[in-house]
Ligand binder design. Structure first.
Ligand code: SAM
Length: 200
């Protein structure tokens, strides 16, 4: 990852979502991106230019655009029409972003468009996040990494976030993912946890 005086940046064309620039590099703000927050907390996986990434819950392409600045290709899945319009604009300016309008809980629908990937990043903010993660494991190489951004209030609005988190970890493990690390994303994002797993 590229850090300049404690600021996480990515190298790519700016002006995607009004991000600030530091010279000619783009500032990747931890308050606007959970993945940036994870790096600021000293965790996450190094993104490299030979890496293929499946990104679930791409939204407007904010974080996708930074990941694409580092990775070889990003398959970006989003099911809502409005954010998809912005994502299409991101993909127009970054040839290594492949936008896929589909429901991430139905991976068989987009399987023909994909190849195996080194990293699955999931940020869908849905009650069935663990199931969605496990279903998309079919695309993950053995030894590849899954990063799950768990919005604990989406999974169950009434339960205490810590309980939702501790329920999710064994569910991922039972699906063949070995949980390597986890962290809350405070102070950048509240009631969000990141779970980092490897496919055995
Ligand atoms: N990852 C984005 C970023 O950092 O820029 C923010 C993602 S936002 C929290 C969650 C997104 O997931 C929304 O745009 C929503 O439409 C999308 N989403 C939720 N459920 C989905 C599903 N089952 N399939 C595809 N997209 C989904």
């Amino acid at each position: 990852m590229i850090w300049i005086d404690g600021v996480l940046v990515s190298r790519g064309e700016g002006g995607v979502y009004g991000e600030r620039m530091l010279g000619d590099v783009r500032i990747w703000d931890p308050y606007r991106s959970k993945l940036s927050a994870l790096y600021h907390l000293g965790k996450g996986v190094e993104l490299t230019n030979d890496m293929r990434v499946l990104y679930l819950g791409a939204a407007h392409g904010t974080t996708v655009s930074h990941v694409a600045d580092y990775a070889e290709v990003v398959y970006a899945v989003e099911f809502a029409p409005r954010p998809m319009q912005d994502l299409l604009e991101v993909s127009r300016r970054r040839m290594n972003v492949v936008p896929i309008m589909a429901d991430a809980s139905l991976p068989e629908q987009y399987a023909p468009l994909l190849e195996s990937v080194d990293l699955v990043y999931q940020d869908v903010a849905q009650p069935d996040q663990a199931i969605i993660a496990l279903r998309n494991c079919i695309f993950l190489k053995r030894g590849g990494t899954m990063i799950l951004m768990l919005k604990t209030r989406s999974v169950d609005t009434c339960r205490e976030p810590g309980l939702v988190f501790s329920d999710t970890v064994p569910r991922l493990a039972s699906g063949g993912l070995s949980v390597k690390d986890s962290t809350w994303l405070a102070p950048y994002h509240h009631d969000h946890a990141a779970i980092i797993c490897v496919k055995e």
